[in-house]
Design a protein around this ligand. Structure first.
Ligand SMILES: [Mg+2]
Length: 231
């Protein structure tokens, strides 16, 4: 029986893609970098996802990612601008930006009446907490497992060891991984991490179809509210 639900934040509860598009549009105008178009978002996604995969594999720190991310993107877009300065603008805005994914608040209301809810996010602690507060989602959670504070990130075993240690110390003494489920949009961090730890897993497809074989994703949902049929 499931007792604990772990939820990812970016592109699961809050729309990261929507944030990136609006901050690229605003930032390009602010710094005179030319007109933004959605093809440029694809370049962001390709480079950013590549860097996050390296981070998940432990090949890169978050600090280094911040140093190189926008320089790589500008290089690919043929834009001559200081990527570190743009990163600062990007992160400052992100701190207070919280656009919920469709159905996210309703899902949290439903789940919080039935399960112990935990955040499981790779990112900076203060920023992620603030964004949950802005979205009025903070109140649904009992625990906030965020990589910069945990000292390890999804999908590593250390990250989940920390989560279960805290949960057991908080009174769920005998909690086992199979009594929990992780919901997230990332196959490499949320699904791979949860699956190899022995948790149940639910992949959020953000409206898309994914037909490939994904042994780590036990459930797949196109919409967040589809999760009500599983839990
Ligand atoms: Mg995510």
């Amino acid at each position: 029986m499931i007792k604990v639900v772990f939820l990812d934040i970016d592109n699961t509860l809050l729309s990261f893609s929507g944030y990136v598009k609006s901050s690229m549009r605003d930032g390009f105008a602010k710094f005179g970098l030319g007109e933004y178009n959605d093809e440029m978002f694809c370049t962001f996604e390709r480079i950013n996802n590549g860097l996050w995969k390296q981070l998940e594999r432990g090949e890169l720190t978050f600090e280094t990612l911040q140093q190189i991310r926008w320089n790589r993107i500008f290089e690919a877009l043929n834009i001559d601008f200081d990527g570190v300065a743009f990163e600062r603008f990007f992160r400052d805005n992100l701190f207070s930006n919280a656009v919920p994914e469709d159905g996210a608040t309703e899902l949290l209301e439903y789940l919080s009446e039935r399960y112990v809810l935990c955040v499981a996010s790779n990112g900076p602690y203060e920023q992620q907490i603030n964004r949950l507060r802005v979205a009025d989602m903070h109140r649904f959670f009992k625990h906030f497992f965020i990589s910069s504070a945990v000292g390890a990130q999804k999908p590593s075993r250390e990250f989940f060891d920390h989560c279960f240690k805290c949960l057991r110390e908080s009174g769920m003494t005998d909690l086992r991984p199979e009594e929990s489920i992780i919901i997230g949009d990332s196959v490499t961090s949320d699904m791979a991490g949860g699956h190899s730890y022995g948790m149940h897993t639910c992949l959020y497809l953000r409206g898309q179809d994914k037909n490939e074989e994904l042994p780590s994703a036990e459930y797949r949902v196109k919409e967040l509210l589809d999760i009500k049929r599983i839990l």
